[in-house]
Design a protein around this ligand. Structure first.
Ligand code: PMP
Length: 414
């Protein structure tokens, strides 16, 4: 393309080095948040001057904002191939969307979840009746464990991630949806990691609910979505009580609106929704499979390179998991993850994530109780980025470092 897909943010930053000088910053932390696409940045700049409160005013700006907000809903619905009667609820992010859904599971309904999930797809269910299934050492065995659990006692919902934010491994959503439905349960997919990397087709995959975040999909923070079946959403108490979520209010009783308004109390984030929708359009317009081919090549390059470095261990769950997104976690013998991450940033201008990735049970399961490092790619990543990381890790392992770096994580969500 004549115009780059990504804006200068992230891609063209210069990083100051502790060793002197600066260098092109290498962003290998797309899984945390992805820099805005040019199309998204342009769209936000275009609509920012004219935003107004949606659904409320009769003025032109208000009508325009309402139109943009509702159009965004339609775009998101098309992006995930939603059924005509599905509801698109705008939320703050994936965490918000899954908490919302947790409040919509019919009373008494149990939720089945694997032990490999991000906390966003674990803790909301811990507030409900739930059962945790331990993932086995192969994907096939993991599926049979889920099958046994769903057959043992009825469940209302199976909650699974589309792709792990630690290992990048994808789950076979079609098979899992079939499994859930055969046992009378619904399925929700935490697509925070999957949506930026792979096409989601709710109908073809028989997925009942899907949740993802704008900020991992090359759009700004503050907007996410929950898309899915209407009946639970209409029957549940409103997520937030307040303006916009109602049909009629008296001092003694409230007639709540149906979804999505029911769960969107308060003035909505029009810019966030429009930006997220613009990102959906831009990603959907990419040639089919191009992101997958691009990332798979980078993933293979990184895994092969890391495997060649003495004392580096990559974290993987299943030898039989076919597909994976561009997310690779690893440890370096003798070096706490925080120290490696700080070294990579200070001496090489490389940004990776370190910690336990808001998936403490999974990190323990993978034998990396302390913490690990995670490199993740996106549309702006290049083979040169991977080679820079490999060279830096190799340098650390062979030459060591004289730099003094923190050795333990102190971030709140590690
Ligand atoms: N699920 C997965 C798999 C994630 O990677 C993340 C973000 N790290 C979340 C859920 C939560 O997303 P957010 O912080 O945008 O709510």
């Amino acid at each position: 393309p004549t115009r780059p897909l990504l804006p200068v943010v992230g891609a063209d930053l210069r990083a100051p080095l502790a060793t002197g000088g600066d260098t092109r910053y290498v962003n290998l932390d797309y899984a945390a948040s992805a820099p805005a696409l040019l199309a998204v940045a342009d769209h936000v700049a275009e609509i920012l001057p004219t935003y107004a409160s949606v659904h409320r005013g009769a003025g032109y700006a208000s009508q325009l904002s309402t139109q943009r907000y509702e159009d965004a809903r339609g775009t998101v619905a098309r992006f995930v191939g939603a059924r005509p009667d599905d509801v698109v609820v705008f939320t703050r992010n994936t965490t918000d969307a899954l908490n919302l859904l947790a409040g919509c599971v019919p009373d008494g309904g149990e939720v089945v979840v694997l032990d490999i999930e991000h906390h966003a797809n674990l803790l909301p269910w811990q507030r409900r009746a739930h059962r945790v299934v331990e993932a086995a050492s192969t994907l096939a065995q993991t599926l049979s464990r889920l099958q046994v659990e769903l057959a043992r006692r009825p469940a209302a919902l199976l909650a699974v991630t589309g792709a792990s934010n630690v290992t990048g491994e994808q789950l076979p959503l079609g098979a899992l949806a079939g499994l859930a439905h055969r046992h009378g349960a619904r399925i929700v997919v935490d697509a925070a990691q999957l949506a930026p990397h792979r096409r989601i087709d709710v109908v073809a995959g028989e997925i009942d609910y899907v949740a993802f975040s704008g900020h991992k999909l090359y759009a700004p923070f503050g907007a996410g979505v929950l898309v899915g079946r209407r009946d639970w959403l209409d029957a549940a108490p409103p997520y937030l009580a307040g303006g916009g979520a109602v049909r009629e209010v008296t001092l003694t009783a409230t007639d709540w609106a149906p979804a999505p308004a029911r769960h969107e109390g308060g003035s909505p984030n029009v810019i966030g929704a429009a930006a997220l929708a613009r990102a959906c359009e831009a990603i959907a317009a990419l040639p089919e499979g191009c992101a997958e081919v691009h990332e798979s090549a980078l993933r293979r390059r990184l895994l092969a390179g890391l495997d060649r470095i003495e004392g580096v261990r990559t974290l993987r769950l299943w030898p039989d998991s076919g597909s994976a997104i561009g997310v690779v976690a690893f440890t370096v013998d003798g070096y706490p993850a925080r120290q490696v991450a700080e070294y990579l940033s200070a001496e090489h201008g490389i940004g990776v994530r370190d910690g336990r990735f808001c998936a403490h049970p999974l990190l323990s399961k993978l034998g990396a109780d302390g913490a690990a490092l995670r490199a993740s790619f996106g549309l702006g990543s290049t083979a040169d980025d991977v080679d820079r990381l490999l060279a830096a890790v190799e340098h650390l392992v062979t030459e060591g470092t004289t730099g003094t770096y923190a050795t333990s994580a102190e971030r709140p969500c590690d």
